[in-house]
Ligand binder design. Structure first.
Ligand SMILES: Nc1ncnc2c1ncn2[C@@H]1O[C@H](COP(=O)(O)OP(=O)(O)O)[C@@H](O)[C@H]1O
Ligand SMILES: N[C@@H](CCOP(=O)(O)O)C(=O)O
Length: 308
C-alpha cells in the first residue's frame, strides 16, 4: 500500500461494549456491527481531506480535516514521521453515536489502522499492532473499547507506565450479547465527569474479584455471568445521566439476566443464557439488537482508487 495518489484501503471495524459491568476501563468485547471507511490518497493539496458519510452521524459530523477519522490519520502519520497526503474518505456508519457502543473508538481504530497500512507499517506485524493499540488508546483516553475494535473477541486492557497494552481472548460460544439501544444520546466525556476521584477500598476489592471472574465467565463458564457483571465502580455514579438505563439493568438482573451498562451508556448490554430475554421484563424505550461477538477485530483491505 502506498501514500502516493491512487493508493487506498477499505477498513471494516467492529463496534464494542466496554466495561462488561465490573471491568471499568479494563474489559471490552467486540460486537458484529461494523462501520466501513474507504480511504483514498488523492492528488490534492497535501493534508487536505474530503469526507462523505452515510448512515449514523451523517449530516452532523464534520466533512473536512475536523472529521475524527481524518484527525486520527494525521496524528498517526505525524507519529510515524510521514507527511500527510491529500485524502478522500467514504464512510458507511452503522454504529450509533453516543450510545455506549464504541463509535468513537471504532472511528479512531479505523483511522490508525488505515494510516499504518497506507504508510507501509502492516498491522500483521506484532510491533506495529502494539504501537497502533497504544496510539488508539491514547487518542481515546482508555484502552478497553479501542482494544476490542482493533483485536476482536474479549479484551483485557491495562497500562504499564504510560503504555497502553491489551490482550484478546475468544468468547465462549454460549455468550449471546443483546444490545438494548436507548433512544437518547450520552457523551462519554460527560459521564466520565460524574465519576469520583476515589472509591472505597471494599468496592475496589469487589471490582477486582468480579472483573477477574468476568474473564472466566466470558471465555469459559457463562453460567457465572450474573455475578461477574456486577459493578460498583461506575454505573451508580452515572445514574443521573440515564436513570432509565440503570432501571432496566436492575430489572434484568432481578430476573436473573446478566446485564450491565454498555460502555459509558445509555445502551444496556444483556447476556441472557440461551440468547433469549424473558418476556416478563419490559424493555420498551430500547431497541434490542442481537450482536454476536466479532472475533476478528479491524480488517484492512488494499484498494486501488482514482488519483484525483
Ligand atoms: N464514524 C465516526 N465518524 C466521525 N466521528 C465520529 C464517528 N463515530 C463517533 N464519532 C464522534 O464521536 C462522538 C461520540 O463519541 P462518544 O461520546 O465517545 O460515544 P460512543 O460511546 O458512541 O463512542 C460523536 O458525537 C462524534 O463526534
Ligand atoms: N470505560 C469507558 C468506556 C467508554 O465506552 P464508550 O463506547 O461508551 O465510549 C467508560 O466507561 O467511560
Amino acid at each position: 500500500m502506498s501514500l502516493r495518489a491512487g493508493g487506498g484501503v477499505r477498513v471494516v471495524v467492529p463496534a464494542s461494549t466496554a466495561n462488561l459491568g465490573s471491568g471499568f476501563d479494563a474489559l471490552g468485547m467486540a460486537l458484529a456491527l461494523h462501520d466501513t471507511v474507504h480511504v483514498a490518497v488523492t492528488g490534492g493539496p497535501p493534508g487536505s481531506a474530503v469526507v462523505t458519510a452515510e448512515g449514523e452521524g451523517a449530516g452532523s459530523i464534520p466533512t473536512d480535516h475536523e472529521h475524527l477519522v481524518v484527525r486520527v490519520l494525521h496524528r498517526t502519520w505525524s507519529e510515524l514521521g510521514v507527511p500527510a497526503p491529500a485524502v478522500r474518505l467514504r464512510c458507511r456508519n452503522a454504529i450509533p453515536h453516543s450510545r455506549g457502543l464504541g463509535s468513537s473508538a471504532a472511528a479512531i481504530v479505523a483511522g490508525v489502522a488505515a494510516a499504518y497500512e497506507l504508510a507501509g507499517f502492516p498491522l500483521r506485524e506484532t510491533k506495529n499492532l502494539e504501537q497502533a493499540l497504544h496510539l488508539a488508546a491514547d487518542c481515546e483516553g482508555h484502552g478497553d473499547n479501542v482494544a476490542a475494535s482493533l483485536l476482536g473477541g474479549v479484551v483485557i486492557a491495562w497500562q504499564e507506565a504510560d503504555r497502553f497494552r491489551a490482550a484478546s481472548l475468544p468468547a465462549h460460544p454460549d455468550v449471546h450479547p443483546i444490545a438494548l439501544v436507548a433512544g437518547g444520546e450520552s457523551a462519554t466525556h460527560t459521564t466520565r465527569g460524574l465519576l469520583p476521584e476515589r472509591v472505597p477500598h471494599a468496592d475496589a476489592a469487589f471490582a477486582a474479584g468480579r472483573a477477574a471472574l468476568a474473564v472466566h465467565a466470558l471465555t469459559t463458564d457463562p453460567s457465572l455471568l450474573l455475578a461477574a457483571t456486577d459493578d460498583r465502580l461506575h454505573q451508580d455514579y452515572r445514574e443521573s445521566a440515564w436513570p432509565n438505563t440503570i432501571e432496566l439493568v436492575r430489572r434484568l438482573r432481578a430476573a436473573g439476566v446478566p446485564a450491565a451498562v454498555s460502555g459509558a451508556g445509555p445502551t444496556v448490554l444483556a447476556l441472557p443464557a440461551g440468547g433469549e430475554l424473558p418476556r416478563t421484563v419490559d424493555t420498551s424505550g430500547f431497541t434490542a439488537l442481537r450482536l454476536p461477538v466479532d472475533r476478528r477485530g479491524v480488517q484492512v483491505i488494499s484498494e486501488l482508487t482514482t488519483a484525483e
